[in-house]
Design a protein around this ligand. Structure first.
Ligand code: OGA
Ligand code: ZN
Ligand code: ZN
Length: 478
């Protein structure tokens, strides 16, 4: 299979449908088009984070226009990229997706006035509405190349060089009302685009504030089918996805679960609260480090998808979440140490968990290899749980036991290898959703004396998510 870089290196502006290219050229929007291409290539090379990609899209819309579909376009493109589906990727860049919205009426400046006492620029728009912009704000946000770097969207002018009493000596309306040119007392000049100014009006409705755009994908998961589909697809392909801004209240996990799938209950309940307890029946309820693991390999019907909702992030140091792709580690093991891979795939291990939860006794155990293969030899599941692995080990000899340990340690090293390990401090409101049969998770130790840490967890049936993913795809295509 061709690598991402090869796939996308062949892209050119021609790949965007001819009518759009023409329209783009006619209006002088070629740069927007080229930027889409640049962004796609950078994305392909995985050199950009999502935040950076979204910023790039925000700047690539030509003056006076916006690309309302940009977040969806890129999300679709990202999914296509994950699945290495070139056709889908191209579809994501089609004309329909790439329509530019026109400048809204009222964006032209009719007149300007310097309110020297108040140190404000007063702008009268064509529709007679008036807006004032403070000098200090204007100087701070000068858009000239010395003061602002458009591609990285970074302010270059330094706070130490700004003066609250900055004085403006002259202002002119430029280009038939499309902008204003300010001349500052120190001789610096800056031009401000009318649309740019209007978007930043201090009073009145504020169209699409930037921070909302940056968080679009996360906030809309529960309300927008496209966003939900993107979420489900990324989770399935990557093994993990995080939704932020879920209200920090107990049992929010139920509404979340209802929207994306069907809960699967276990002896720990339909959902469970991870808080330190006085008499913990599981290490989860202590402040100890939790070695990387998959949850409940001691069940025959293992929970497939896990959700963890952070109701209260830990205020002190520690308690970080660790994630590692068990399939990547297993594939590397197969490549580097095929004999170890075989050992972990063929040796049955007992996992057991005995306890009492909510007054009900349970005793669950299951026997499975660490690497569970399907008939075709592909990895179906990884089972890894140091805490509940039975000391009774059903291998044929003590020598065989030692060999198994060598293999298990090689696997452990790959799991904890910096290339494969992600460590993140989840924040209040985060909901992390991951494939419990593939992605290992763990927790760094923390000190319960330093404050409260509260996570509510639950499991979902994988089939319910995959079903919804197919239904949404079909509905959206229809
Ligand atoms: C668990 C677990 C994670 C955490 O209890 O199985 O993975 O962050 N807990 O407490
Ligand atoms: Zn400047
Ligand atoms: Zn766990």
């Amino acid at each position: 299979m061709a690598s991402d870089a090869e796939i996308f290196a062949s892209f050119s502006t021609k790949d965007i449908s001819p009518s759009v290219s023409l329209e783009v050229c006619n209006r002088g929007f070629l740069s927007a088009c080229v930027r889409v291409k640049e962004v796609s290539i950078m994305l392909a090379a995985r050199r950009l984070t999502w935040a950076r990609v979204r910023s790039a899209v925000a700047v690539m819309a030509p003056r006076g226009h916006s690309l309302p579909q940009a977040p969806r376009l890129l999300n679709n493109a990202a999914c296509a990229l994950h699945t290495r589906n070139r056709t889908a990727w191209q579809k994501a860049l089609t004309a329909e997706e790439f329509t530019l919205s026109q400048t809204k009426p009222g964006t032209t400046i009719a007149a300007v006035n310097l309110l020297q006492d108040q140190k404000m620029l007063q702008v009268r728009w064509e529709d007679s509405s008036v807006e004032s912009y403070p000098y200090i704000w204007l100087r701070d946000n000068c858009q000239c190349p010395n003061c602002y770097h458009p591609f990285s969207q970074a302010r270059r002018v330094m706070l130490k060089d700004l003066d609250l009493s900055v004085a403006c000596v002259d202002v002119k309306v430029s280009n038939a009302g499309e902008g204003v040119k300010m001349l500052w007392a120190d001789g610096h000049q800056g031009t401000y685009d009318a649309h740019w100014l209007q978007e930043r009006a201090f009073r009145g409705p504020k169209p699409e504030p930037r921070d909302r755009e940056c968080r679009l994908r996360q906030q809309l998961v529960l309300h927008d089918d496209h966003a939900l589909l993107t979420f489900l697809e990324s989770m399935e392909v990557m093994g993990v996805a995080v939704v932020s801004d879920v209200p920090c209240e107990k049992d929010q996990i139920y509404s979340f679960a209802k929207r994306i799938g069907r809960l699967k209950s276990t002896p720990y309940g339909e959902t469970f609260n991870m808080q330190t307890r006085m008499n913990p029946n599981n290490l989860a309820f202590t402040d100890d480090c939790l070695d990387m693991h998959t949850d409940l390999p001691c069940l025959a019907a293992k929970p497939e998808i896990q959700m963890l909702h952070v109701i209260k992030e830990f205020p002190g140091e520690g308690g970080e979440t660790m994630l590692s792709d068990g399939f990547t580690a297993a594939s590397k093991l197969k490549k580097n140490h095929p004999e170890y891979f075989d050992m972990l795939a063929k040796t049955l291990v007992d996992f057991v968990d005995v306890g009492i939860e909510d007054g009900v006794k349970f005793h669950i155990c299951w026997r499975a290899p660490v690497i569970d293969l399907d008939v075709g030899g592909s990895i179906r599941t990884v089972n890894w749980h140091q805490m509940s692995r039975d000391s009774r080990f059903q291998v044929s000899s003590s020598e065989a036991a030692v060999k198994w340990y060598s293999a298990a340690f090689a696997f452990r090293d790959l799991l904890y290898d910096a290339d494969n390990l992600v460590e993140l401090k989840l924040q209040s409101g985060d909901m992390i959703v991951f494939d419990n049969l593939r992605v290992m998770h763990g927790r760094q130790e923390f000190c319960a004396d330093q404050g409260e840490r509260w996570l509510q967890g639950g499991y979902l049936e994988g089939d319910s998510l995959r079903s919804l993913r197919r239904v949404l795809r079909e509905d959206i295509a229809a």
